[in-house]
Design a protein around this ligand. Structure first.
Ligand SMILES: Nc1ncnc2c1ncn2[C@@H]1O[C@H](COP(=O)(O)OP(=O)(O)OP(=O)(O)O)[C@@H](O)[C@H]1O
Ligand SMILES: [Mg+2]
Length: 294
């Protein structure tokens, strides 16, 4: 059984100020394994943050099945979800203000989640220092965030996200404000913590190079998973050629293939020699073509 199981997950936002309904997730199907470091890429507005908010217990699914470990988030009330959030999830956001309190030191920031769990002062300080060491920030622990660089601030944010020993680490564009060298450094710490703590991590990013540093990339388009790929030996985004076939028989073709097709037109499907062949030209079937050539 996978650590995280998502089946036909649907999220429709209903903004209070209008009668509009905004579909953000349209039937997401995904399994995530214990200890996996997964990245989610996709165009703006495709539902990446929404999926992360669902996993964080910060938004209620409209329909579908969503389980993280033993937690059936699709069945939870707001109170259940707030308990899950406090004890089980660590989050790291793109905007540092959301991760850290600006007026207190790095050490005091990392102590906060431990304070909320009622952990005594001495142990709290010891554990917070250990974590700051893990992210290479022990020499700056008495500095306030404004005295740190962008990359350092995110590393302290990462320590905060892990302080209460969550079962799941979620990050939304954590490298979005960093240059590529600093982004690479943050990823190195991310990977180190994912490996040494065995924590399952899911990271949203716009950046294919950042995604390549994770174990597996999921591509999301229009609220559905359109493709996925292990990152080993992956060079370009066009190499991501594995797609999900859902239980209704639907699959989403990768964007670089869609761009070569005429959309809203029929597709021919043919099974030949154990292969499924899709074509868009009525006259085209490999066997017919070969016969004509003879
Ligand atoms: N609170 C909300 N109320 C109404 N619609 C929303 C809300 N949050 C997101 N949406 C809409 O849901 C869709 C998915 O949004 P989401 O923020 O998940 O996309 P995203 O992939 O994270 O985009 P980006 O890359 O720009 O961050 C978009 O059409 C967005 O406008
Ligand atoms: Mg987003």
């Amino acid at each position: 059984m996978s650590f995280i199981e998502i089946r036909d997950l649907i999220k429709i936002y209903r903004p209070k100020e209008s009668n509009l309904r905004v579909p953000a997730l349209r039937g997401v199907e995904l399994n995530i394994e214990q200890g996996e470091f997964l990245s989610i890429i996709g165009p703006s507005g495709s539902g990446k943050t929404t999926l992360l908010l669902m996993l964080a217990g910060m938004a209620e699914p409209s329909a579908g099945y969503l389980r993280v470990g033993d937690f059936r988030l699709d069945q939870y009330s707001e109170t259940d979800r707030s308990i899950y959030r406090r004890y089980s999830v660590g989050t790291l956001w793109q905007i540092p203000n959301r991760n850290l309190i600006w007026e207190i030191s790095a050490l005091e920031n990392v102590e906060i989640p431990l304070r909320l769990l009622g952990i005594p002062r001495e142990r709290r300080i010891r554990e917070a220092k250990d974590l700051l060491r893990e992210v290479g920030m022990d020499h700056r622990m008495n500095h306030k965030p404004r005295q740190l660089s962008g990359g350092e601030v995110q590393r302290v944010g990462l320590a905060c996200a892990l302080a209460h020993k969550p079962i799941l680490l979620l990050a939304d564009e954590p490298t979005g404000e960093l240059d590529s060298k600093t982004a690479g450094e943050l990823l190195k710490y991310f990977k180190h913590l994912n490996e040494s703590y065995g924590i399952t991590a899911v990271m949203v990013t716009h950046d294919f190079d950042v995604a390549k540093a994770t174990d597996r990339i999921i591509q999301i388009v229009d609220g559905r998973i359109s493709g996925f790929s292990q990152t080993k030996n992956l060079k370009t985004i066009s190499d991501m050629h594995q797609v999900y076939l859902d239980r209704y028989g639907s699959l989403q073709l990768p964007r670089h293939i869609i761009e070569k097709l005429e959309v809203q037109q029929k597709i021919n499907i043919k099974e030949e020699d154990g292969k499924i062949i899709l074509s868009q030209n009525d006259d085209f079937t490999p066997s017919k073509k070969m016969k004509n050539q003879k």
